[in-house]
Design a binder for this molecule. Structure first.
Ligand SMILES: Cc1cc2nc3c(=O)[nH]c(=O)nc-3n(C[C@H](O)[C@H](O)[C@H](O)COP(=O)(O)OP(=O)(O)OC[C@H]3O[C@@H](n4cnc5c(N)ncnc54)[C@H](O)[C@@H]3O)c2cc1C
Length: 79
């Protein structure tokens, strides 16, 4: 599911939710918030379009989320 749309962005647990067993969730939430906060700045200063800036947020989010989600399910299965 896209993590953003017109006038909205999903960060932290709203972006994806997993068991807190790996204690990575707060780091994820801060990373998401920082990336999302940079996107409007880049848009308003003309550095790149909103879609480009948020598209990079989506890619970065997904690159981090999937491996951590898989690790979490692996740790859960072993516990
Ligand atoms: C038992 C437990 C232990 C955990 N242990 C760890 C840990 O050790 N390390 C770790 O990194 N993470 C841990 N986590 C996970 C971590 O707490 C969350 O992943 C993190 O807080 C997510 O941050 P967030 O900002 O996305 O959401 P939240 O911290 O849930 O913030 C969302 C906020 O939005 C508010 N809100 C909701 N609906 C509305 C609305 N309609 N209007 C206005 N406000 C609204 C809520 O009241 C809340 O304050 C744990 C979670 C649990 C449940």
């Amino acid at each position: 599911m896209p993590s953003f749309g017109l006038g909205r962005a999903l960060v932290g647990d709203a972006g994806y939710n997993k068991d807190p067993i790996t204690a990575q969730e707060i780091i994820d939430a801060f990373r998401d918030a920082e990336l999302v906060a940079a996107a409007p700045d880049e848009t308003f200063t003309g550095a790149r379009s909103f879609a480009e800036a948020m598209g990079e947020y989506q890619r970065t989010h997904d690159e981090h989320a999937l491996p951590m989600y898989e690790l979490t399910t692996h740790v859960e299965a072993m516990s």
